[in-house]
Design a protein around this ligand. Structure first.
Ligand SMILES: [Zn+2]
Ligand SMILES: [Zn+2]
Length: 167
């Protein structure tokens, strides 16, 4: 599937939290993965946040919202939540932004694990996935030219988003 568009709408992840989960469910079925209730719940929280969310905040939300949940207290246990995050990360449904130690939903969950540059606003804390394969390919190429074998690539660009820079 060709990916060449750059998503520059910071609300992208908020508006389609439900469509997003549907897309992840479809991707899981297609790839023979299991989106358990806990994984779906963690994914939903990350998607609804609409901006990078820390594991700590997810744990808090799960703890508070869990009292009437059929999943019971076990769903909020930190190791369960971290395992769910690991699953979502490993399959490319969410991304981890190392520089702010937070997670964001990936807006193209049908693609497997991928490297993408992120534009992170230091004022409103939005994060936009700059879906541009050329940037990733160029970095890879330059690294290999120097005899470096890149594995994980996390490119996080900090600054002010279009909205914040106008204020
Ligand atoms: Zn992505
Ligand atoms: Zn901003």
């Amino acid at each position: 599937m060709p990916h060449s568009h750059a998503c520059t709408d910071p609300k992208h992840h908020v508006d389609d939290a439900h469509a997003f989960i549907d897309a992840v469910e479809a991707a899981c079925r297609a790839r023979g993965l299991r989106l358990t209730p806990v994984r779906a719940r963690v994914l939903g929280l990350v998607a609804e946040a609409g901006k990078p969310v820390k594991a700590y905040d997810l744990l808090e939300q799960l703890r508070v919202g869990n009292t009437t949940d059929a999943e019971g207290a076990g769903a909020a246990a930190p190791p369960t939540v971290y395992r769910a995050l690991d699953f979502l990360l490993a399959n490319g449904f969410i991304h981890k932004l190392e520089s702010v130690n937070a997670f964001v939903a990936c807006h193209h969950p049908s693609t497997a694990q991928h490297s993408v540059p992120f534009l992170i606003c230091d004022r409103c804390h939005s994060a936009v996935e700059l879906e541009d394969r050329q940037v990733v390919a160029a970095l890879d190429e330059r690294a290999r030219a120097l005899g470096f074998v890149p594995q994980a690539q996390t490119l996080e660009v900090h600054g002010l988003c279009a909205r914040c820079s106008q204020k």
